[in-house]
Design a protein around this ligand. Structure first.
Ligand SMILES: [Fe+2]
Ligand SMILES: [Fe+2]
Length: 466
C-alpha cells in the first residue's frame, strides 16, 4: 500500500523521510492501542463513517462503510497563510513561528501533550457504549466520534514527531500508555478519568466536555506557532459533530421525558429518565468540564499568552487590542474563607475569560432544551449550576458551594449532595434502561428519535451492518 493510502496527509509526508519513519514506527503501536482500548466489539463491522480526505471547505470528508481498524487516520492541516503573524502577546505582529521557539519549547510541548492526552482518553471512556446503543444511528455517531478522536491524537502526535526531537517521540509513546481511570497511569485531566459508561453520561460528556475541547482548540487555533494553529483549525471542523451529538442527544432525552411526563404517571414507571436525574448529570459534567480550563488566576495562562502560544477565543475577530497588557480583570475569589471581588492582571485571568465564553455557549444548549419543555407545555426547566459548584481545580476547589454558588459548609454540602449530583441509585437506574436497540429505524424507549439522519440519509438507514 502506498504511503498516502496508509496515512492520508497534506503535510508532504512523502518527502519527509525522518517524519515518515517516526510515524510508521508509531502506527503499529497506535493500532495495538486501538484494538485494546478502542470500541469493545464491532471492530469487524461495517460502519457508515466519514473520513477526512482533504481540507477544502467543500468535500473534505468522504462517507462510506468502513471497518473501524481500516479507517485511515490522516494528518490534515489547514492551508498555511502567506505572511502569517503572531496575533497577540509580547511578540504581536512578528512573523509566526514555523519551528518551535527554543525558549517556549517546554510550554509548547506541555500544551500539545495535554490536548493530545484527552483524545485517546475519551475513546477509552466510551469503549463499552456500543453494546447498549439506543439506535444504530447513535451507535454510528459514537464510533464516528471515536475514530475522529483517534485522528486528533494523530494530529498532536504529528506535531510531537515533526517539531520536537526525542522528547517529542517519548511523549508520543506515553500518549498510548496512559489509561483513562487507571490509578497507576491515569490520563492527565480529571474529566477524562471519569467513567462514561451509559448513554446519558455520553451525551453529557459530548455536550460539555467535547465543548471544552472546542474552546481549547479555538484558543490554540490562534497560536503564533503556525503548525499548531493550522492543525487545530482543522480539528474544529470535526469537533462540531461531537458537540452536535451531545447537544441533540440530551435534547432528545428531554423530549422523550417531556412526552412521558405528559402521560401523567411517574416517568420511572414508564421507563424514562426523570428530569431531576438529567439535571444531576448536567451538574456533574458541567462542573468537571469547567475544571478543564485551569485555575481562575493562572501564571501559565499569562505566560502562554505573552509567548503568543495560546490566544483568547476568536482573538482576531473579537478583539482590537492584542497585548492584554496593563489591563485588569475583576473576579470573585475566596479570601480568608469569604467570597470577595479582586482585580487581577488580565493576562492572569485568561483561563477565566475562556471559561466565560464556554459557559455562554453551554447556556445556549440549556435554552434549546428548555424550549422543548416549554413547547411540551411543561413548567419545569433545566439550568446550569453556578460555576463555583463542585470544583476540583482553581479558586473554588477545597471550598463548598451550593448549586447556586452560595458558600456552604462541608456538612451542608454533603446533606444535599444527592439532590445535586448523580447518586449510585441514579446511575444504576439509568444503566438499567440501557438495552441495545439495533434494528434499523428503531429507538430505545427513554429517548426520542433524531429530527433527521446523517448526511441526507434517513434515520432508518442501516448505519452499522451488524
Ligand atoms: Fe478531539
Ligand atoms: Fe471531540
Amino acid at each position: 500500500m502506498d504511503l498516502y493510502s496508509r496515512i492520508p496527509n497534506n503535510v508532504n509526508l512523502e518527502n519527509d523521510k525522518k517524519l515518515q519513519r517516526a510515524l510508521e514506527k508509531w502506527l503499529p503501536n497506535y493500532i495495538d492501542w486501538w484494538r485494546e482500548m478502542g470500541p469493545d466489539g464491532f471492530q469487524e463491522k461495517d460502519v457508515w463513517l466519514r473520513t477526512a480526505v482533504d481540507v477544502g471547505s467543500e468535500g473534505w470528508a468522504h462517507f462510506d462503510y468502513v471497518k473501524m481498524p481500516d479507517y485511515r487516520w490522516g494528518i490534515f492541516l489547514e492551508p498555511a497563510q502567506p505572511d502569517a503573524r503572531v496575533g497577540f502577546g509580547d511578540n504581536f505582529g512578528r512573523p509566526a513561528y514555523q519551528e518551535v521557539p527554543g525558549e517556549f519549547r517546554n510550554a509548547l510541548r506541555r500544551i500539545i501533550v495535554t490536548q493530545g492526552d484527552t483524545e485517546p482518553a475519551s475513546v477509552e471512556q466510551q469503549r463499552q457504549l456500543g453494546k447498549t446503543c439506543p439506535s444504530l444511528y447513535d451507535m454510528r455517531n459514537l464510533f464516528q466520534g471515536n475514530v475522529e478522536e483517534g485522528r486528533h491524537l494523530w494530529a498532536m502526535v504529528y506535531l510531537l514527531h515533526g517539531y520536537f526531537g526525542r522528547d517529542g517521540r517519548d511523549e508520543a509513546d506515553a500518549l498510548l500508555e496512559r489509561r483513562s481511570g487507571n490509578p497507576d497511569k491515569p490520563r492527565i485531566l480529571e474529566a477524562f478519568n471519569q467513567p462514561c459508561d451509559d448513554w446519558l453520561n455520553f451525551y453529557a460528556f459530548t455536550m460539555f466536555t467535547d465543548r471544552d475541547g472546542k474552546y481549547q482548540l479555538s484558543a490554540l487555533a490562534e497560536s503564533g506557532f503556525e503548525p499548531l494553529a493550522r492543525t487545530c483549525k482543522f480539528m474544529l471542523t470535526e469537533e462540531a459533530h461531537h458537540m452536535f451529538v451531545g447537544d441533540t442527544g440530551l435534547g432528545r432525552v428531554v423530549r422523550r421525558t417531556a412526552e412521558l411526563m405528559k402521560q401523567g404517571e411517574d416517568v420511572r414507571d414508564l421507563g424514562g429518565i426523570p428530569l431531576d436525574v438529567i439535571q444531576k448529570y448536567i451538574n456533574f459534567w458541567f462542573s468537571y468540564s469547567l475544571d478543564l480550563f485551569g485555575g481562575e488566576i493562572s501564571s501559565n495562562s499569562a505566560d502562554f499568552f505573552a509567548a503568543g502560544l495560546k490566544g483568547r477565543y476568536k482573538e482576531q475577530e473579537q478583539y482590537t487590542e492584542h497585548t492584554a497588557a496593563n489591563q485588569l480583570f475583576t473576579m470573585t475569589v475566596v479570601e480568608d474563607g469569604q467570597l470577595k471581588e479582586r482585580e487581577v492582571p488580565l493576562r492572569n485571568a485568561l483561563n477565566e475569560v475562556l471559561r466565560t465564553e464556554y459557559v455562554k455557549d453551554c447556556e445556549k444548549g440549556l435554552a434549546r432544551w428548555n424550549k422543548i419543555l416549554h413547547e411540551a407545555g411543561l413548567s419545569e426547566r433545566l439550568f446550569l449550576p453556578n460555576p463555583r459548584f463542585h470544583r476540583h481545580v482553581g479558586e473554588y476547589a477545597g471550598h463548598y458551594f451550593d448549586i447556586k454558588g452560595k458558600q456552604t459548609s462541608k456538612e451542608e454540602f454533603e446533606k444535599h449532595e444527592s439532590e445535586w449530583l448523580p447518586t449510585v441509585e441514579d446511575r444504576e437506574y439509568v444503566r438499567s434502561l440501557m438495552h441495545p436497540v439495533t434494528e434499523p429505524g428503531k429507538i430505545a424507549n427513554w429517548i426520542a428519535p433524531p429530527a433527521a439522519g446523517i448526511k441526507g440519509k434517513p434515520f432508518e438507514f442501516e448505519y452499522v451492518r451488524l
